[in-house]
Structure formats: structure tokens, C-alpha cells
Design a protein around this ligand. Structure first.
Ligand SMILES: [Zn+2]
Length: 172
């Protein structure tokens, strides 16, 4: 697999741990969007695109995010701790929508994305810098802004999970 292009959009407030959104092009043929560069405790890492997991309200059947305290539809109180937890006792709230299944591929993506990220940071320091066009994922403005720290922790967490057990949990 050759990564033939990486696009990087730095986040405006890089004081948060979320540093950038990226897209990668594979073999000039296929684009994967919404990878994230996150500042972790041991340096920057790349998080794969993911979606928030949901489950159905027992009362009305409406779908809610696993972190929701009340049903979006009928308002029933939901058990905040209903998400499955992983072997380190952290809740599994996100699932990757695209990800490598071996460490060579993961390393390749991480190397290319992080070097493109560093180039973009360098460029952004030049006068007259114009950030590339990139529409950010929808769920950035869903009112979970003050939840950022948790989300990022979770991303880091899911990255660590992936390192330990590739390919598990995708269809759960
Ligand atoms: Zn409900």
C-alpha cells in the first residue's frame, strides 16, 4: 500500500489535544478522511476515523449515544455506565470506521501523517499562511465541546487497544 497524498488541516485552537484533521490517499485511488492527530502523553499520535457508538432506549427504541444520560426521544433516564468496558476498565464509546490490520501499515500511516502534520505546522508559522480547505467532521459541533478531554482520552485509549489487538471489536 502506498500513501500517495496526505492533507492536513490544523485545528484552530491547538491548545486542545486535538491538533489536526487529516485525509490520506491510497495508491492515487482511494481517500480515507477524518484521521486525527492527537497530542498524547508520549507525543503526537494518529487516531483512525471513528464513529460514536449508540444503543437503543429500552423504553422507546430511539438511538442514543452511549454517554447520553437521558433518551433524546422520550427523555427516559439512561444508565450512564451502560457502555461495555475494555480490559482496562475504560468504556468503549467509539469504534474505528477504517483502520490498519497490521503494525507495518499502521506505522506507515503514522509516519506519513505525522511528517505531513509537522510540515503543515512549519508552514503555518510563515506569514501569509493559508490553511487548506477541509470541511471538518459534523460531530465537532454537537455540543460535546466541553467533553473534549474525555473524547481525546478515549481516542488515545482506542489507539492503545488497536496496538494490542488488531482487528477486534470492529463489528461489535
Ligand atoms: Zn426513549
Amino acid at each position: 500500500m502506498n500513501i500517495t497524498e496526505v492533507r492536513v488541516k490544523l485545528t484552530e485552537e491547538r491548545r486542545n489535544r486535538l491538533q489536526a484533521f487529516c485525509s490520506i490517499t491510497i495508491d492515487n485511488d482511494f481517500v480515507v478522511r477524518d484521521l486525527k492527530v492527537i497530542e498524547g502523553t508520549r507525543g503526537a499520535f494518529v487516531a483512525m476515523p471513528s464513529r460514536k457508538l449508540t444503543d437503543k432506549c429500552k423504553k422507546c427504541g430511539c438511538k442514543n449515544y452511549l454517554r447520553a444520560k437521558y433518551c433524546n426521544d422520550c427523555g427516559a433516564q439512561l444508565d450512564e455506565n451502560r457502555a461495555e468496558s475494555n480490559d482496562r476498565g475504560r468504556f468503549k464509546l467509539y469504534a474505528d470506521t477504517a483502520h490498519p490490520i497490521n503494525s507495518e501499515c499502521r506505522d506507515e500511516i503514522e509516519k506519513k501523517v505525522l511528517s505531513a502534520f509537522e510540515e503543515e505546522v512549519e508552514k503555518s508559522r510563515q506569514p501569509g499562511y493559508k490553511p487548506p480547505k477541509y470541511d471538518e467532521p459534523d460531530d465537532m459541533g454537537d455540543g460535546h465541546g466541553d467533553d473534549d478531554e474525555d473524547n481525546n482520552n478515549n481516542d488515545e485509549d482506542s489507539e492503545l487497544d488497536d496496538k494490542g489487538e488488531f482487528g477486534t471489536g470492529i463489528f461489535s
